[in-house]
Design a protein around this ligand. Structure first.
Ligand code: TA6
Length: 294
């Protein structure tokens, strides 16, 4: 749908409108007295969320590239139907984050503005992953940011997924940032060839960090001390939390990251990954939910 058609069908006067971030890349802009946000229809990717009287909570690269067929570096990419490297020749983090999703509804509620976006299987997706599905993201933009990713198996055979709300948070200084909530949790350290470790105390940062914390349902708290704030990341339907910062060397490998940006970002990702796989029977659903608050 064109931006004109999207606005005709789904805009909310003085609250929600559709704009083009680049040719063929429609973005929802939400502005209320409580919070503002942007959501790209490519990948149903929440790009920004800023509660009133607060600094932006999500990080988005200054070098972000907006183009059809590509996800934006930052915000909340959706990894589905697999997290991480796919089978040979298949895209990392699955195939929905680069595809156009359809707008299903936009409504204003007491909790905030609720946007529902959806995508279903087609011949292209079945050529990559041969299953019938309906995938819907419900985003509630208010004093809290709630994202619910609902997978429905619309076929007649069970399928197994891993998935993630791959959230990039904005911090004042990664060196002065701490993540609480993972003490005693087992993790696979991608930087150390996916060897297994157990978290001792809070997570501190002094170099490239890429850890898959498994079998954890905990709320994480990001102590963004440079901004004198705590960012709470609660979740449901998720057994895995991934913590990632590329640091200075790996950052250089990303054309859509500006030099030094690693110092103001941190991923705390709400996932089901590694052995925390989800098998969904025909006509059944699974919800992965992240709730972000200050
Ligand atoms: O979630 C952490 C991670 O898997 C890292 O290993 C790194 O690959 C990151 O995701 C970004 O991946 P992307 O495909 O978005 O560049």
């Amino acid at each position: 749908m064109s931006v004109e058609a999207l606005n005709k069908a789904f805009a909310i006067a003085d609250v929600l409108t559709f704009v083009e971030a680049a040719a063929g890349v429609p973005v929802i802009e939400i502005n209320t007295a409580i919070a503002s946000a942007r959501i790209a229809l490519v990948g149903a990717q929440v790009l920004e969320w800023q509660p009133a009287d607060a600094e932006p909570v999500l990080w988005i690269s200054r070098a972000a590239i907006y183009q059809v067929g590509k996800g934006v570096r930052g915000g909340v990419p959706i990894c589905w139907p697999w997290f991480g490297a796919g089978e040979t020749g298949k895209p990392a983090h699955g195939f929905v984050r680069t595809r156009m999703w359809a707008v299903r509804s936009t409504t204003q509620t007491a909790d905030g503005v609720v946007v529902k976006l959806g995508i279903t299987d087609d011949a292209e997706t079945r050529a990559i992953w041969d299953y019938a599905f309906d995938l819907e993201l419900a985003v509630t933009v208010g004093a809290t940011l709630t994202m619910a990713l609902v997978t429905k198996n619309t076929g007649d055979t069970p399928f197994t997924i891993t998935d993630a709300l791959h959230t990039y948070f904005r911090v004042g200084d990664i060196d002065a940032t701490i993540v609480q909530g993972l003490d005693g949790v087992r993790y696979l350290d991608k930087v150390l060839d996916f060897t297994e470790h157990t978290q001792q105390g809070d997570v501190l940062f002094s170099g490239e960090t890429d850890r898959v914390y498994v079998n954890t349902q905990s709320t994480c708290v990001i102590n963004d001390t440079a901004n004198a704030r705590n960012i709470h990341v609660a979740k449901s339907g998720s057994d895995t939390t991934v913590v990632w910062n590329p640091w200075s060397e790996k950052e250089k490998g990303f054309a859509d990251m500006a030099a030094g940006e690693y110092q103001q970002m941190l991923c705390v990702e709400t996932c089901n990954a590694a052995d925390d796989k989800i098998t969904i029977a025909p006509q059944q659903t699974h919800s992965l939910v992240a709730v972000v608050s200050l």
